[in-house]
Design a binder for this molecule. Structure first.
Ligand code: UDP
Ligand code: MG
Length: 160
């Protein structure tokens, strides 16, 4: 019975992932979504969205004191973004690994930023940094009716 007990203790997490305006402008949306799809997480929300300034400010409120904050808000609101909600055991940390370090020059090859970007101020993607922020950001960017509860047919082939 032990493996079942351990499995039932595993927490299903949510994370908020967003292709930033540079990723959309550079035609990287499909490439980026594909990396998460292939990994095996469950997509629960997806939309192309022009972010209003107030939402960008709320999303990045912890960075308000930083010198780069005004340019960060300009960047995020400069064109449409692709908003995604992903769900799964360990999805928050795993998404951050797929994304790579904040500075694309430090990000490992094989990561999204390591493969597809060169500068922190144009690092093509966002991912929540904790399960708590994953929930907070998913609720911030998606209205209730925009998220889907569903069971992918591949589910039994991804987890025993
Ligand atoms: N950022 C920036 N200059 C910096 C640090 C961060 O322009 O020196 C931007 C960058 O777009 C980054 C975002 O602010 O992705 C949020 O910063 P954070 O430290 O949370 O990095 P992340 O969680 O996105 O890796
Ligand atoms: Mg962050």
């Amino acid at each position: 019975f032990l493996p079942h007990l351990v499995a039932s203790l595993e927490q299903v997490e949510q994370t908020y992932v967003m292709v930033k305006p540079d990723g959309v402008q550079r035609g990287l949306v499909g490439e980026i979504i594909s990396r998460f799809e292939r990994k095996g997480f469950k997509l629960t929300g997806l939309k192309l969205f022009q972010c209003p300034k107030e939402l960008a400010e709320e999303h990045y409120k912890d960075l308000k004191a930083k010198a780069f904050y005004p340019s960060l808000i300009d960047y995020i609101t400069s064109g449409p973004v692709v908003c995604m909600a992903w769900e799964g055991v360990g999805v928050v940390a795993s998404a951050r690994k797929l994304i790579g370090s904040t500075d694309p020059l430090q990000a490992e090859p094989g990561t999204i930023r390591g493969d597809l970007a060169v500068q922190t101020g144009r690092n093509v993607i966002h991912g929540s940094d904790s399960p708590e922020n994953g929930k907070r950001e998913t609720a911030l960017w998606f209205k209730e009716g925009e998220l889907c509860e569903w069971t992918p047919v591949q589910a039994p082939w991804l987890r025993e």
